[in-house]
Design a protein around this ligand. Structure first.
Ligand code: CMP
Length: 139
């Protein structure tokens, strides 16, 4: 059964370029409620654990290096059909393939530096949210 929460990170490129406000505005305008939010920076061990599913991929080292290169904004978002609707809002992983008006089309520059993360399933949304937030930080 679908849950109503997803997890996102505004990646280091978004923070560095000053896009936090604009991206959060798009998220709010699309009807998501922010249930948890914080700025943080992942350590090498954090990123390796968070992206463990990609550890055998050729881009894993690049991914870990990028995701630890600066602060991120982590958030848990709430909305009916949250996982699927958020993936539509952010667009394809590669911004070159992302639809007009999507967050990645507007703010991402490459497959690696693609502005935002969005959970790919309800199960992963719960795991990823719990990775970054304690129960006391979720409202
Ligand atoms: P995301 O879906 O948030 O989480 C996995 C990330 O791996 C993905 O975003 C991309 O940023 C990154 N990624 C996927 N494929 C590639 C690739 N071929 N080269 C570099 N990074 C990639």
């Amino acid at each position: 059964m679908a849950t109503n929460r997803t997890f996102t990170m505004l990646k280091p490129d978004s923070v560095e370029k000053g896009y936090i406000g604009a991206i959060l505005e798009k998220i709010n305008a699309a009807g998501f409620r922010i249930a948890a939010i914080k700025m943080t920076q992942m350590t090498d061990a954090d990123a390796r654990a968070f992206y463990a599913v990609h550890s055998a991929r050729p881009f894993f080292g690049e991914l870990v290096e990028f995701m630890t290169s600066g602060p991120i904004v982590a958030a848990i978002l709430e909305k009916e059909n949250a996982v699927e609707d958020f993936r539509v809002l952010i667009g394809a992983t590669n911004p070159a393939d992302a639809a007009e008006g999507t967050i990645r089309k507007l703010y991402a520059s490459s497959m690696g530096e693609n502005a935002v993360h969005g959970s790919d399933s309800d199960e992963n949304a719960a795991i990823e949210g719990a990775f970054h937030f304690s129960g006391r930080e979720i409202f």
